[in-house]
Write a protein that binds this ligand. Structure first.
Ligand SMILES: Nc1ncnc2c1ncn2[C@@H]1O[C@H](COP(=O)(O)OP(=O)(O)OP(=O)(O)O)[C@@H](O)[C@H]1O
Ligand SMILES: [Mg+2]
Length: 298
């Protein structure tokens, strides 16, 4: 497990990190960062900058163009490396492990943090890298609500804003709502506790009534705190003995959102449909929604 980080930092020296940071910063102003900007920022001569850039491109950290001028963009692995470097320096994590999930808009890894007070076994945590804007311009446009109306944007900007939004929501909900605790956020990366148990869709519950009630009770607390998850389903709910936890919060909206009612209905209906299909439990959508809205924790 520890190999990964060691390998990454063996391959990247301080000049590489400086080049990556220079590209990151200049991507606020340029879609493709001109090589002249990078020379200014890094104070490296052209020849050694070119040499370094070639190897960063080979390692999928940077992409380059020659048209209409020589310019560079940071790429996923490069942005991941910058976030990881910061998280390790801050002492949030000491190692990164296997990839455990690739979502539509994220890549999720196991990671390791130091044991509390340096005693006992190192503890597993989750490291989630946002990837909004990966697929195409279209998906970036879709997440425009996080984009503060800025004209120029890049995927790193979209991914960073989505991570910031997710971090903010989790911080506001924890510990009243049952969510994995957020440990840190840097750039497009979040570090959080590992959710307990398994995802709802992967298990057969022996007490489905209890779990359905508990899920709806959590939805009601989220609503009381002013939010609607907006991507709730059996794929974003962890269940364990006597415990339900919701993950995946970047698309969460405030209850004042113009489509709040629709989004709440969709969340609840996804849950009810799952329990109907798998456990043949029937609940009336309208009744459940009014209970949630009236603040009654069912
Ligand atoms: N705190 C956590 N504990 C355990 N596993 C997690 C945690 N967070 C994420 N995962 C795993 O990573 C996967 C993807 O995470 P998440 O749902 O947050 O991202 P996503 O990109 O929005 O995914 P999707 O598009 O599939 O909904 C999850 O389905 C789950 O398997
Ligand atoms: Mg998900």
């Amino acid at each position: 497990m520890i190999d990964d980080v060691v390998k990454l930092f063996k391959e990247l020296d301080s000049k590489d990190l400086r080049i990556l940071t220079g590209i990151e910063i200049s991507m606020k102003d340029f879609e493709w960062v001109p090589v002249e900007e990078l020379m200014k920022y890094t104070r490296l001569p052209y020849s050694s900058l070119e040499y370094k850039l070639k190897s960063l491109i080979r390692n999928n950290m940077v992409i380059g163009t020659n048209q209409p001028y020589e310019g560079y963009q940071i790429y996923f692995d490069g942005y991941d490396a910058l976030a990881l470097n910061t998280l390790v320096k801050r002492g949030t994590i000491i190692a990164i492990g296997d990839e455990i999930g690739v979502g539509k808009e994220s890549v999720v890894h196991e990671a390791v943090k130091e044991p509390a007070l340096g005693l006992g076994e190192p503890q597993g945590v989750i490291l989630k890298f946002h990837r909004e804007g990966r697929t195409s311009f279209k998906s970036v446009k879709r997440s425009r609500s996080h984009l503060d109306g800025k004209e120029h944007f890049s995927w790193i900007y979209a991914a960073r804003l989505a991570a910031k939004r997710e971090a903010e929501v989790i911080r506001n909900l924890y510990p009243d709502v049952s969510v994995p605790k957020l440990l840190d956020n840097n750039r497009h990366a979040l570090v959080m506790d590992v959710a307990e148990g398994t995802l709802l869709y992967r298990t057969k519950l022996s007490e489905p009534q209890w779990f359905l009630d508990e899920i709806l009770r959590q939805v009601a607390i989220v609503y009381e705190k002013g939010y609607i998850h907006s991507d709730l389903s059996e794929y974003n709910i962890f269940v364990n003995d006597g415990l339900v936890q919701f993950i995946d919060w970047p698309q969460c909206v405030e209850t004042s959102h113009p489509h709040a009612d629709e989004l709440l209905e969709r969340d609840v209906s996804n849950v009810l449909k799952h329990f109907k299909r798998k456990y043949n439990i029937n609940r009336d959508l309208g009744e459940v929604i009014s209970l949630i809205k009236s603040g009654v924790e069912s």
